[in-house]
Write a protein that binds this ligand. Structure first.
Ligand code: GLV
Ligand code: MN
Ligand code: MN
Length: 403
């Protein structure tokens, strides 16, 4: 097979005919279909497949569960996302194993191909849910109580999928068995296209976080309520969105985004009573993110107050700055022919794991530079080079001998 063939196998799963692209959310039918595809693809390679207590998928080459080199990514997507963010890393890991098996490689330590649950946080709002539960960064009861957009709790979704609720939480034994983690990922920018290079390694992930802003006003009739004296949270949100941009623009390389909004009750002829908006802030250090948040919230509070509305801010997640393991990254860059190390503004499970085990990333060029949108893409030859590169890295790190 090839990376292209493997991606083709899942290309019809989870297409979003309304938004375009793919919507593959944790334990919804499309994501469940991808889980089952993962199982059969891995089994076809002779790997033994298991679901861990946090809904993450593992496919093992080798009997031992100690000293493993793990590689993979995630299968879920953002709403209306691209075909590559997540699946490319999983597919490339499977393909790299296929390459090594075809040449008769005998790894001297186990290789695990994995797919982490809900990396995007698109259903339950917690990015890197599966990896953060595994390492113990999210309290199980906190995760289980999360609610999706239709009111289903994570606990209910878990039970409906036939998963065991009592196993959710830290998994120190599994973590202790992993010596290194590698995540191959489509690049989410134009750095490699600009450099005319197919591959790079990751150097860092910007610090980032998500906050829910709840703006409460007064619901009323759109026709009978004079313009004066309204307390319209949609108007307050408009000025809040401008505040997010103004503050981010004042700070070098900072990012501030409101990409998700929920209006209550959401009627054309109704002045809304409440708006919830999700704020995503990213910067080059944890303290810069915090300072940007403080400045943003202060300005939003002023503007929301001027509209007669009230503001509540709730932190949903915070992901500290990640600096990937330098020796491992340098070793991989060398194995890939001396490719550059580039930073990213996108969060990854590799970033979570990097606080516990040496972790590294390989980026594959994206000609559009677009991600989290249907236009996300990667050239076929670059994807194949990525899988070959990952195979070379696994060969090096598992120190086996060809037959
Ligand atoms: C995940 O892709 C993120 O960066 O939010
Ligand atoms: Mn993503
Ligand atoms: Mn991703």
């Amino acid at each position: 097979m090839s990376v292209r063939d493997r991606l083709a196998e899942i290309s019809a799963i989870g297409r979003d005919n309304v938004r375009g692209g793919y919507s593959r959310h944790l334990l919804e039918p499309a994501e469940v279909a991808l889980r089952s595809w993962f199982g059969s693809s891995a089994e076809a390679l002779g790997l033994s497949v298991e679901v861990d207590g946090n809904g993450n998928l593992w496919a093992w080459w080798g009997e031992s569960r100690q000293g493993a080199v793990a590689t993979g990514s995630h299968l879920d997507s953002v709403p209306g996302g691209g075909a590559f963010d997540g699946p490319l890393g999983v597919v490339s890991a499977l393909e790299a194993v296929a390459i090594l098996k075809a040449e008769g490689w005998r790894p001297t330590r186990p290789i695990a191909v994995c797919a982490f649950a809900e990396e995007e946080g698109s259903r339950f709002g917690m990015p890197c849910l599966g990896s953060r539960l595994m390492v113990g960064e999210i309290a199980p009861e906190h995760a289980l109580a999360r609610v999706d957009r239709t009111g289903v709790t994570l606990e209910e979704a878990w039970r409906q999928a036939g998963l065991e609720v009592s196993t959710i939480g830290p998994d120190p034994d599994r973590l202790a068995g992993i010596d290194m983690f590698l995540e191959l990922h489509v690049e989410q920018g134009l750095d490699l296209e600009d450099r005319d290079l197919p591959l790079a390694v990751g150097s860092a992930i910007m610090a980032h976080g998500r906050w829910r802003l709840s703006i409460v006003g007064e619901g009323n009739h759109a026709g009978t309520t004079p313009m004066q004296g309204r307390r319209d949270p949609v108007v307050a949100l408009s000025s809040a969105a401008l505040a997010v941009r103004e503050i981010a623009l004042e700070r070098p390389a900072a990012r501030g985004t409101i990409g998700r909004i929920s209006v209550t009750p959401n009627g054309t002829n109704v002045i809304a009573s409440r708006v919830d908006a999700w704020l995503d802030i990213r910067a080059h250090s944890d303290s810069e993110v915090r300072a940007q948040l403080d400045a943003t919230v202060a300005l939003i509070e002023k503007r929301v107050g001027a509209e007669g509305c009230a503001l509540q801010v709730h932190e949903e997640s915070f992901s500290p700055l990640v600096l990937f393991d330098e020796p491992l990254t340098a070793r991989i860059a060398g194995l890939l022919g001396g490719v550059p190390a580039i930073p990213t503004g996108a969060g990854h499970d590799a970033g979570v794991l990097s606080a516990y085990v040496p972790a590294a990333m390989i980026f594959v060029r994206n000609p559009t530079g677009v991600s989290h949108a249907p236009e996300e893409t990667a050239r076929e030859e670059d994807c194949e080079a990525g899988a070959q590169g990952l195979a070379a890295v696994l060969r090096d790190l598992t120190g086996g001998a060809s037959r």
